[in-house]
Design a protein. Structure first.
Length: 465
């Protein structure tokens, strides 16, 4: 039987029902009350929302009234973020720019970057969520390798380290990976039980040294292809979990339970809607559309109806863990990340991921869709990393039967390129009539460098050629 997610009793206690099964109706009542307080807060203290909501219903009598409120967008955050503050600067403990990794947005937009402000109370809520979420697969005494930025106070890695100490675990603060072999040495030297990191960087570590033995891995900051997670599990003999969150959700948003069919959300802190990105109308459970979030307990910079740009859906039916909480399916696509080929077929980087990451040695893939007068061309660059010849022995004394043996022969770039072409041409958008399907150009880049930690996107270029 799948254990109940630890988020359920935590949320039950948060809404005043400690030690009792979570009552969905009481949770809805709590959310409505906190939403009412948040609306009152932003109307009285945030100049941006005071102007934006002027003349609109209070948004607390009915759900329909609240959904008449305008959306908040990433462009609003960039242009008016400071005017969304509900406290003075002296009450702000942390300002985060663009995303939890501290890198500026590379989506191609221009203008000022997004900044979000957090009070100490806001950060405390995130620490508590991290503590409870990590307890799904982490216990007292576990050594947890943090492969996220952990240098700055109040950064995502620093908050995670604080949460782990409260859990009785031992955080190993490392930061993002910039040297694969050095990080592999840290992993072995500290006899790590659990690792938390960026999907392609963790994959590169598993490719570089498949002899490590971990119990669990949590992947965060970017979407996680199924093929990538399976490769890490096979190499390290571990269980891979997914986390969903962004700076706008307070760095933490939701985490998978032992059933691993999707995220359970911190529903006492976040109200999540799924809306049609074209019409803004709400959609029923089971329908994929845009994820929209409203914060319920944030004091520094609350957000109302923030369009995340992510595509997702609530899964109908109960989770095998038995929770009353809803389950958000794993997020793999963004609204702006689904492109249409000249033949009218949708194509996203996630489509390529499942075909590419299952191939030997692959640790990252980038793609550019180039539109020309003669038709589309898809340039795909695949980065590979070999297993190091003298990998340290795993905790069990050797690699798992499913892992690639250190020093084993890797496919040549030419052979891998052909295999990749065959795999990519099974994708519907690339498998059509050769006269209209995008022309594939594939490059293979072997090396031992760690993949970049920035979010991965497919580029689109309009060419006159």
């Amino acid at each position: 039987m799948t254990p109940l997610t630890p988020l359920e009793p935590w949320i039950a206690a948060r809404i005043g029902q400690p030690g009792r099964p979570l009552d969905r109706q009481l949770l809805h009542r709590f959310q409505r009350d906190r939403l009412r307080r948040t609306v009152q807060l932003v109307r009285s203290r945030a100049p941006y929302y005071r102007r934006r909501l002027a003349g609109l219903p209070p948004g607390t009598a009915t759900w329909e009234e609240f959904t008449s409120y305008p959306f908040t967008t990433a462009a609003d955050l960039a242009a008016h973020g400071r005017r969304m503050l509900c406290v003075g600067q002296d009450e702000i403990s942390r300002v985060v720019t663009a995303d939890p990794l501290g890198f500026l947005d590379t989506s191609g937009t221009t203008g000022p970057p997004k900044r979000l402000w957090f009070t100490a109370a806001d950060l405390e809520l995130t620490i508590d969520f991290f503590r409870v979420g990590m307890s799904t697969f982490t216990g007292p005494g576990d050594r947890v390798l943090i492969l996220l930025p952990a240098e700055r106070p109040g950064g995502v890695g620093d908050l995670l380290a604080a949460a782990l100490r409260r859990l009785g675990a031992e955080p190993v603060r490392h930061g993002v990976v910039d040297d694969l072999d050095a990080t592999v040495d840290v992993l072995h030297r500290n006899r790590v039980d659990v690792a938390v990191g960026i999907p392609v960087q963790v994959l590169a570590l598993a490719r570089r040294d498949p002899t490590a033995r971990l119990r669990a891995v949590l992947l965060s900051t970017d979407h996680v292809p199924t093929a990538l997670a399976r490769t890490v599990e096979d190499a390290w003999g571990c269980t891979v979990y997914n986390h969903y969150g962004m700076t706008e959700t307070g760095l933490g948003g939701g985490v998978e339970c032992r059933a691993r069919r999707g995220y359970h959300l911190r529903e006492a802190d976040l109200l999540v809607e799924i809306v049609d990105p074209a019409t803004a109308a709400p959609v029923p459970d089971g329908v994929t559309a845009e994820i929209v979030i409203s914060t319920l307990t944030r004091t520094g910079m609350p957000l109302l109806r923030y369009r995340t740009g992510d595509l997702g859906r609530f899964l109908p039916g109960p989770c095998p863990c038995g929770t009353t909480l809803r389950t958000l399916e794993r997020v793999t696509r963004r609204v702006a990340g689904v492109h249409t080929t000249a033949a009218g077929a949708p194509l996203a980087l996630a489509d390529l991921d499942e075909a590419v990451f299952a191939r030997p040695g692959v640790v990252d893939v980038t793609a550019t869709l180039i539109r020309t007068r003669a038709g589309d061309r898809l340039d795909v660059t695949v980065h590979t990393v070999p297993a190091r010849p003298a990998a340290a022995p795993g905790r069990s004394g050797g690699p798992s039967p499913d892992a690639t043996a250190p020093g084993a022969a890797e496919p040549s770039p030419q052979a891998l390129r052909q295999t990749l072409r065959e795999a990519l041409q099974t994708i519907p958008a690339l498998a059509g009539d050769p006269a209209t399907a995008p022309h594939l150009r594939i490059r293979v880049r072997p090396g031992t460098a760690a993949p970049a930690p920035a979010k991965r996107r497919m580029k689109v270029v309009d060419s006159d050629a």
